[in-house]
Design a protein around this ligand. Structure first.
Ligand code: HEM
Ligand SMILES: *[C@@H]1O[C@H](CO)[C@@H](O)[C@H](O)[C@H]1NC(C)=O
Ligand SMILES: *[C@@H]1O[C@H](CO)[C@@H](O)[C@H](O)[C@H]1NC(C)=O
Ligand SMILES: *[C@@H]1O[C@H](CO)[C@@H](O)[C@H](O)[C@H]1NC(C)=O
Length: 340
């Protein structure tokens, strides 16, 4: 054999090897999926344009209203903390199902359900009965980050949708804005997430808004003695009181990140250092614990560090207890279980 022939033989051998590896990998992963593992190529042959479809609907929605990126990201979080990322949050009340949409954390607050419907309709028209609502929402959360200037990451896929919801799970598992530092961390720990995840994921409060009712306690009566939270910067507090009076204006909105509520960046962490975190649950990350404070400082100093950790923690949160294999179903309509 000439050198050239040996060369092309080796190339061919390598290509065969690479192809085999790739197929094997897929099969291993597929088998893994039956055991609860997700993988990025899940829709490669069944719905190759799935990610593109989700991205284009989310992009349209966010261009209509920037806040929608924040709202979709939060929906994913509130889905994942209740029975895992299984689309349970998206179910309306019907039959045996009591919707999670009326829980304390969600009622008059969680939003974006119509956009999820739009995403799902677009997916159904191209690939019927194929892409789960849970996966659609996970992808939408990633796209929301990218569209507001935040990091991108590869999303493991293959989640299936629940046939149940849990109102009590929604009330008990999702942290409240006036929870103590320890309660917040333990609610994350219950989901397999650690302190680094708490701090990095709280960084999503770099976008979006909160209602007055979620932080009023800090402005007027933090500890039940009629005094405001002393860890709140005074002129910032005075500003907040104008839109959030002692009584009334419950639904009035304030930016979670006073600097750039429409831009995903690390200014949230800079705010915390200035005592200008909006929610009590934000400020305690800086004021209550040494290890947490160091993470806040690190992300305030280095946006890249924050972005990398945020991406990693979002994947981790997205992987909470998925339904895979033959459990759950692929809902046709995210608001109701099939055959209902
Ligand atoms: C650490 C515990 C957390 C607490 C106590 C908390 C609490 C809250 C509260 C009270 C609001 C305002 C709701 C309202 O008044 O309508 C809010 C908004 C928001 N949260 Fe969290 N959150 C936490 C973690 C997270 C995580 C992990 C994410 C996502 C990864 C997230 C994403 C958001 C977003 C994007 C908004 C703005 C939503 C919008 O403008 O529609 N939060 N959060
Ligand atoms: C937290 O807020 C809820 C709802 O506003 C309230 O009922 C509860 O008493 C508050 N908890 C503490 C410890 O302040
Ligand atoms: C502050 O809260 C406490 C307990 O929740 C209540 O008894 C008290 O009346 C409140 N004070 C003011 C000034 O609102
Ligand atoms: C709600 O906010 C608007 C606009 O900032 C303000 O004019 C209004 O007075 C607020 N509502 C209450 C009850 O303070």
């Amino acid at each position: 054999m000439t050198m050239a022939r040996i060369g092309s033989f080796l190339v061919l051998l390598y290509l065969t090897y690479a192809l085999t590896l790739c197929i094997c990998d897929d099969e291993t992963n597929y088998g893994g999926s039956e055991r609860g593992n997700l993988f990025p190529g899940f829709y490669r042959s069944s719905c190759p344009r799935a990610e593109e479809i989700v991205r284009s609907v989310v992009a349209k929605a966010v261009s209509r209203e920037t806040r929608m990126a924040a709202s979709l990201m939060r929906l994913h979080f509130h889905d994942c903390f209740v029975q895992g990322c299984d689309g349970s949050l998206l179910l309306d009340t019907s039959g045996n199902i009591v919707t999670e949409k009326n829980s304390n954390p969600n009622s008059r607050s969680a939003r974006g359900y119509e956009v999820v419907d739009e995403i799902k309709a677009a997916l159904e028209s191209e690939c019927p009965n194929t892409v789960s609502c849970a996966d659609a929402l996970t992808l939408a959360a990633r796209d929301s980050s990218v569209l507001t200037g935040g990091p991108s990451w590869t999303v493991p896929l293959g989640r299936r949708d629940s046939t149940s919801a849990s109102l009590s799970g929604s009330n008990n598992n999702i942290p409240a804005p006036n929870n103590t530092f320890n309660t917040i961390v333990s609610r994350f720990n219950n989901q397999g997430l650690d302190l680094t995840d708490v701090v990095a994921l709280s960084g999503s409060h770099t976008i979006g808004f909160s209602r007055c009712t979620s932080f009023r306690q800090r402005l007027y009566n933090q500890s039940g003695n009629g005094s405001p939270d002393t860890t709140l910067e005074q002129s910032y507090a005075a500003n907040l009181r104008q839109r959030c009076p002692k009584s009334g204006g419950d639904q009035n909105l304030s930016e979670l990140d006073i600097n750039s509520a429409g831009r995903f960046d690390n200014s949230y962490f800079k705010n915390l250092i200035e005592n200008m975190g909006l929610l009590n649950s934000d400020e305690v990350l800086f004021s209550s614990n040494e290890q947490s404070r160091e993470l806040v400082k690190k992300y305030a100093e280095d946006q890249e560090e924050f972005f990398e950790q945020f991406a990693e923690s979002m994947v981790k949160m997205g992987n909470i207890s998925p339904l895979t294999g033959s459990s759950g179903e692929i809902r046709k309509n995210c608001r109701k279980i099939n055959n209902s």
